[in-house]
Design a binder for this molecule. Structure first.
Ligand code: 8DG
Ligand code: CA
Ligand code: CA
Length: 519
């Protein structure tokens, strides 16, 4: 095959690749490229080494792509070695990628994959083209991942799995990302149409696949697995046979899905508002402005910081937020404790926001601190938006009433905010002049010490894991669990707990650590 510019092809998730980077093909040597190349390595390049697998890509195309990446400041090795952190493959299925990793041997290790010294991360070409278009490595999403070089097991036909997600371990990196991404797209689309039941069916099927010990390669392996209904099976079958799901691809390309996703990504915009705007013919943020749509204060902030908020929060941002929040909290309430929850506690390296729980060993001292904490942050010019709410908790019994049962909102004192977070290198802004800060969504939740283990469990997620824990408690143990307490409605008694482990024990469940709650 002749070397050529990046082809536009559909990725495993059906996304069209970003436009090719304007650059003429050249030889494989980085020194003879026609693209402009900066002489000094960019900051992000340290610790990142790419290796492009020739099989299915072709020699000349591999040479061209390697050169292109080098010209953009990426380190690309021609030979595979333990120094490689990112392996890029084309036209390769997850199962084939897993076999390739096995053939290289020694891919397992204690270090996190995709970092030096750890096993490499196996990526589809879409990650490469996205990164070339961005001019830097983009965060790895499910649709980019071909597989994880984890020790994987063959799923025998006698394999079975417990029904509730809280009864099983679900790692962050699993063996079936392309299948789960198709199912989750359909789940998201159903939720955007207000069809929660349909959405849940797809989510449950995706969650089942995430917990599998190896790649699913045959439909017969679904026997004995929970919640893989006819529709989900059909999607999985198509993915296994054709490598793509027409339904998921169709959804992703639909005008309605794109607009609904864009609108609901605005902080403060729910499905109902987004649907209203769509029906009025609006499709973009520009349309909102042009039509002079009346927005709430929260939505206004969401639109103002849209670009920043849709850029993933990174671990370095989490540390920066922790520093300023901790300082403010300790100034207002010495001796308070701040704990990271949400996706980052589950081991995620990117997220849409940062979640913190605040408590104090002496119960009652924590009450009402948030207004002062926020004033402290405001005086430093760090608050771009905030909405604080007082604690309105009464009893878990009241929380268990039908009106509260349907939503997961609890009654803690809390603040939904957007903070201005320093970043070491300028250039975060995709429009306008470069700046050394980024707007980051931060959730602060204040809990009395006696409720801390319940709040920690409730706010660590994943959302599906939480939903399953509550369902398991209700259906299997006749207990009501929320982020405040565990309650026995028959005996009208509370089951106190001093740790998450104790809550699992009360429920008769094996303890699942946060990193394995990625259901
Ligand atoms: P992400 O931000 O990286 O996208 O993922 P995440 O951290 O898992 O999601 P999240 O939307 O920040 O939610 C974190 C957890 O907190 C999740 O399990 C859902 C839960 N949660 C809310 N709101 C509320 C609430 O009002 N009460 C309780 N108990 N939990 C809540 O998001
Ligand atoms: Ca979060
Ligand atoms: Ca959150």
């Amino acid at each position: 095959m002749a070397p050529g510019p990046l082809r536009r092809r559909k990725g495993p998730g059906g996304h069209a690749d970003p436009p090719p980077v304007p650059c003429s093909p050249s030889s494989s040597s980085s020194s003879s490229l026609s693209c402009s190349s900066s002489s000094s390595s960019p900051r992000w390049s340290s610790g990142l080494t790419l290796y492009l697998v020739e099989r299915r890509m072709g020699r000349s195309r591999r040479a061209f792509l390697s050169g292109l990446a080098r010209a953009k400041g990426f380190r690309v090795d021609d030979a595979y070695s333990p120094a490689v952190t990112h392996v890029v493959m084309e036209h390769t299925s997850a199962a084939q990628a897993a076999r390739w990793a096995q053939q290289q041997g020694g891919t397992q290790g204690g270090t996190q994959e995709g970092t030096q010294g750890g096993p490499p991360i196996l990526l589809d070409i879409t990650w490469f083209t996205d990164s070339m278009a961005a001019g830097r490595p983009v965060p790895v999403e499910g649709r980019h991942q071909l597989g994880v070089p984890l020790p994987s097991a063959e799923i025998g036909t006698d394999y079975s799995m417990p029904a509730y997600a809280c009864q099983r371990r679900t790692p962050l990196n699993h063996h079936n990302p392309r299948l789960t991404e198709a199912l989750e797209t359909l789940a998201e689309a159903a939720a955007l149409e207000g069809n929660e039941g349909r959405s849940l069916s797809f989510r449950r099927a995706a969650s089942t696949l995430k917990a599998l010990p190896g790649p699913l390669t045959r439909l017969s392996q679904l026997e004995g697995l929970p919640y893989c209904g006819a529709h989900s099976r059909g999607v999985i079958q198509e993915m296994l046979e054709d490598g793509a799901s027409r339904e998921a691809d169709g959804v992703r390309q639909s005008d309605r899905f794109r607009a609904m996703k864009l609108f609901t990504q605005i902080f403060g915009v729910g499905v109902k508002t987004a649907d209203g705007w769509y029906r009025e013919g609006l499709r973009t943020l520009g349309d909102l402005r042009e039509r002079g749509k009346k927005l709430t204060r929260m939505q206004e902030a969401g639109v103002r910081h849209y670009e920043d908020l849709k850029t993933p929060v990174e671990l370095s941002d989490v540390e920066a937020v922790r520093r300023v929040v901790e300082e403010a909290v300790l100034q207002v309430l010495p001796g308070a404790n701040i704990t990271l929850t949400g996706g980052f506690r589950r081991g995620k390296r990117h997220g849409h926001d940062v979640d913190f729980l605040i408590t104090h060993p002496e119960e009652g001292r924590e009450a009402g601190i948030l207004p002062n904490v926020m004033s402290c942050l405001e005086s430093q010019g760090l608050v771009l938006y905030q909405h604080t709410q007082e604690n309105h908790y009464c009893t878990p019994k009241a929380m268990a009433q039908p009106a509260s049962r349907t939503n997961t909102m609890d009654a803690f004192e809390r603040c939904f905010s957007i903070l201005r977070v320093s970043r070491p290198s300028p250039g975060v802004a995709s429009r306008g002049p470069p700046r050394d800060w980024k707007a980051v969504r931060v959730d602060l939740v204040v809990t009395p010490a006696s409720q801390f283990p319940f709040a920690l469990l409730g706010w660590t997620g994943s959302q599906h894991f939480e939903r399953e824990l509550r369902r398991f408690s209700r259906q299997e143990r006749k207990l009501i669990l929320n982020s405040h307490a565990l309650y026995n409605p028959e005996k009208k008694t509370f089951l106190p707990a001093a740790s998450e482990e104790e809550i699992f024990r009360h429920l008769g469940l094996e303890f699942i650590p946060p990193e394995e709650r990625n259901a």
